[in-house]
Design a protein. Structure first.
Length: 244
């Protein structure tokens, strides 16, 4: 991590709002003190890279606030945002660290984000002292693998309209505002081009589906704002039988 910004205040991890969601939450007080002493927290501006594809993995990054996406460069040199986003409580970089590899993608702050860095040497020391910590990372890796398989199935088996409806409902949980009339406003954290790359689609295909949702009275897109008029109908798109 660069030194262009002063480190954020070194608050104790145990007081972090997302501490309970992290892999670190089961360690002893002594090991937590070591972690608090050694971690480096930084504020990243929207659009700023946290690490780059091909960089040596020097440690892991725990997202304290904000939103982080992983980008890769495709065969034509285009930047592609992968489907899974990093929310507060997510630890990035643990897989290349455990595998002894370089980073396979570039981590980008999609909004202003605070991220804590934990050096590789300390991570390995903590893993040796805390077998449960290794199991937590193993559990995380297994879930990520399962999610990747599900994403592959969704992209292969389901039409783009259904995949977009599913993504809107996921983003609604993090970025949605419910109104008394039953409508929902979602502030998209990514561009339409990024929406397309997350679903393995072309931007023009996304534009056609957005127009369909508008014409059907389900959702209206205006810039990065999405006004969902009938949330139940959007849910019906995913589960016509009502079995969800």
């Amino acid at each position: 991590m660069g030194d262009s910004k002063a480190p954020a205040s070194q608050t104790d991890c145990i007081f972090c709002k997302v501490f309970g969601r992290t892999e670190w939450s089961g360690m002893s007080a002594a090991d937590m003190a070591k972690l608090n002493e050694a971690k480096v927290c930084r504020q990243f501006d929207r659009g700023e890279a946290i690490f780059y594809e091909g960089d040596e993995c020097r440690g892991v990054y725990c997202i304290k606030s904000g939103l982080v996406g992983i980008r890769k460069i495709d065969g034509e040199g285009n930047s592609v945002l992968l489907g899974r986003l990093g929310y507060p409580g997510t630890t990035l970089g643990y897989r290349p660290l455990l595998a002894g590899e370089c980073h396979r993608g570039t981590a980008e702050a999609l909004e202003d984000s605070q991220v804590c860095f934990i050096a590789a040497g300390l991570v390995r020391w903590l893993l040796e002292r805390n077998p449960d910590l290794g199991l937590r990372f193993l559990h995380h890796a297994a879930k990520d693998l399962g999610n990747a398989e599900e994403d592959f199935f969704q992209n292969a088996a389901h039409p783009l309209r259904l995949r977009l409806a599913h993504l809107l409902l996921v983003l609604k949980d993090h970025y949605g505002e419910n109104f008394d009339d039953g409508t929902v406003m979602v502030e998209l954290p990514v561009t339409r081009q990024d929406l397309a790359s997350m679903m393995g689609a072309r931007p023009e295909s996304i534009s056609r589906v957005i127009k369909e949702l508008d014409q059907d009275g389900l959702a209206t897109f205006s810039g990065r704002q999405v006004h969902i008029q009938r949330i139940d109908d959007l849910l019906w798109e995913l589960d016509p039988a009502g079995e969800a």
